[in-house]
Every structure is written in structure tokens, then in C-alpha cells.
Design a protein around this ligand. Structure first.
Ligand code: PAF
Length: 287
């Protein structure tokens, strides 16, 4: 992987993107893609470095996708720092940043949607009903625009990764999907662009999430009844100082379906979403 201090080439239109990637393809080069909403942190840079190990050229998109936010959500205040993102991407070995405008991505009159089911239906899908349809739509469009050989996503958004894997299989996108383990701070807090919303006191509470999930995962692994594991983890989060818990759930790792027997039988994941003030955090661990 070649890492340089040179400014990162940045394109904003589909035509420029295709011209650059077409040039690489003409030289027989492979392409890896990392879709992001910017406000990049080490977790995103891990994805870029993994992309660099998997293909000759790395493209990262920076696009805060309006179709995955509901009207009351944080689209307006979502952190934006394009110049800093470009610097970080270049340092991690990215070769091209694609930062389209909303008008480029969703031209006037756009009406086509992507409808998602299966792993999208519960958990995040129940609390943020717009989100996975919006994610699937933008990721499908980005795949058609970039046409990567490989696309790299973070396991931090485990359910999103499951939804994208399902969409790729269902719609026959010719792309390999790679998941990368969640990057965490020294206290186990999953890195997230939304951590920027937290003050020091809130950060201390947020750092409790990983430990509660680790304990729930250990109990589930030891065949404890999942209803009790989930109830206890929910109570532990409130005790820790979270203001509200949307869910703590142990689910089948690939489909996100519940275990009908009420105990873990096969690959599983414990997932949670909880609020500190007006900030909603999600995290997950393998069981
Ligand atoms: O995970 C994200 O940052 C976004 O959901 C994604 C995949 C870039 C789509 O907007």
C-alpha cells in the first residue's frame, strides 16, 4: 500500500468518478470501496486500510445520506468536516474521495426506492423505520456508481452489514462484502461520529455499554435464558446512567432473527441501542 502526503483527489460528480475509475480499470486495476458519511475516525480508517489490502485502488465516499434519517433525527447537526476527512483518508491510503451533493445523488424527480426485509425488520428497523430502506438505496446507488470489486463496512453497524449482505445476494450485485471489527477507545467504547455529541460525564456513561454487552454475551454463551439476559442488561444500562434503552437483544448473527428456543443455538450477536440525553448509541458483540 502506498501512503503519501499528497492531497487526495476529490470528485463530486458521477461522471468524474466513472472517468477516474475507468482509467484504473483500463490498466487492469482492482477497486475497493468504503462508503461513509464523513466525520471520520480511526474506525473508518481501519476500513480504508482493509480496503487497501484487498484491492489496488481505494475509493471512499463521504455523503451524509438524507434518505436514511427521519425528520426528527440528527441530519441537520450530523458532523461535517470534509477537508479533515480528505486529509485522514489520504493518510490511510485512500486514492479517491467521492463527495457528491444531494442533488447529484438524488436528482429532481427521483422516486425509485429499495425495499428491505429480513434482517432489516426488527431492532434498528423498529426504532428507525426509514433507515435501512435509505441505507440500501444509497448503497445500491453507490455500488452502481463505483462498481467496486470489494466493499468494506464496519461491524459496529452489525445490522446494517447484515442488511447489505442480504441486498447484495438478493439483487446480485457483483461485489464482495467485507466486515471489519469495531474500533474502540481504551475504555471499550465503540468509535462513532456521534460520540462527538457527548460531554465528559456522558462519555463516562457511554463507556459502560461495552461492559454490559460483554456480560450479556458471556451469560448467553453459557446458555442462560435470553429473556433474562436481555432484561438484566437493560436494567444494568439504566443503572449505569443511560437515560433510555431502546433494546438489548441476543439474535442470530446473520439473519438477526430471535432464537425461538429462548437460548443461543448457533452463531449469535448481542446488540443494543441506548440514549444518553439526546444522543443515541448503538453497539454489538459476538456471543
Ligand atoms: O454506515 C454509514 O456510515 C452509512 O449508513 C452508509 C453505509 C455510508 C450509507 O449512508
Amino acid at each position: 500500500m502506498i501512503v503519501s502526503d499528497a492531497p487526495l483527489p476529490l470528485v463530486g460528480s458521477i461522471a468524474e468518478l466513472r472517468a477516474t475509475i475507468g482509467g484504473w480499470r483500463a490498466q487492469g486495476r482492482t477497486v475497493a470501496f468504503v462508503p461513509t458519511m464523513g466525520a471520520l475516525h480511526e474506525g473508518h480508517l481501519d476500513l480504508v486500510r482493509e480496503a487497501g489490502r484487498r484491492a489496488d485502488q481505494v475509493v471512499a465516499s463521504v455523503f451524509v445520506n438524507p434518505t436514511q434519517f427521519a425528520a426528527h433525527e440528527d441530519l441537520g447537526r450530523y458532523p461535517r468536516q470534509e477537508a479533515e476527512d480528505a486529509r485522514l483518508l489520504a493518510g490511510a491510503g485512500c486514492h479517491l474521495m467521492y463527495a457528491p451533493t444531494v442533488a447529484e445523488m438524488y436528482p429532481d424527480g427521483a422516486t425509485t426506492t429499495v425495499s428491505v426485509g429480513g434482517p432489516a425488520e426488527d431492532l434498528e428497523g423498529a426504532f428507525r423505520p426509514r433507515m435501512f430502506g435509505g441505507v440500501a438505496l444509497v448503497v445500491a446507488k453507490l455500488f452502481n456508481q463505483v462498481r467496486p470489486d470489494v466493499a468494506v463496512f464496519g461491524e459496529k453497524d452489525w445490522q446494517q452489514l447484515a442488511v447489505i449482505r442480504r441486498m447484495v445476494r438478493d439483487l446480485d450485485f457483483p461485489v464482495e462484502i467485507v466486515g471489519v471489527a469495531t474500533a474502540r477507545d481504551g475504555h471499550g467504547l465503540a468509535l462513532s461520529s456521534r460520540n462527538a455529541y457527548l460531554d465528559d460525564g456522558q462519555l463516562a456513561v457511554a463507556r459502560g455499554l461495552n461492559g454490559v454487552l460483554a456480560e450479556a454475551a458471556a451469560k448467553a454463551r453459557a446458555a442462560a435464558p435470553l429473556a433474562a439476559v436481555e432484561r438484566e442488561a437493560h436494567a444494568a444500562l439504566l443503572r449505569f446512567g443511560f437515560d433510555r434503552v431502546d433494546y438489548v437483544a441476543v439474535r442470530q448473527a446473520e439473519t438477526l432473527a430471535a432464537f425461538r428456543s429462548g437460548v443461543v443455538e448457533g452463531p449469535a450477536r448481542v446488540l443494543a441501542a441506548a440514549w444518553i440525553g439526546t444522543t443515541r448509541l448503538i453497539d454489538n458483540l459476538p456471543v
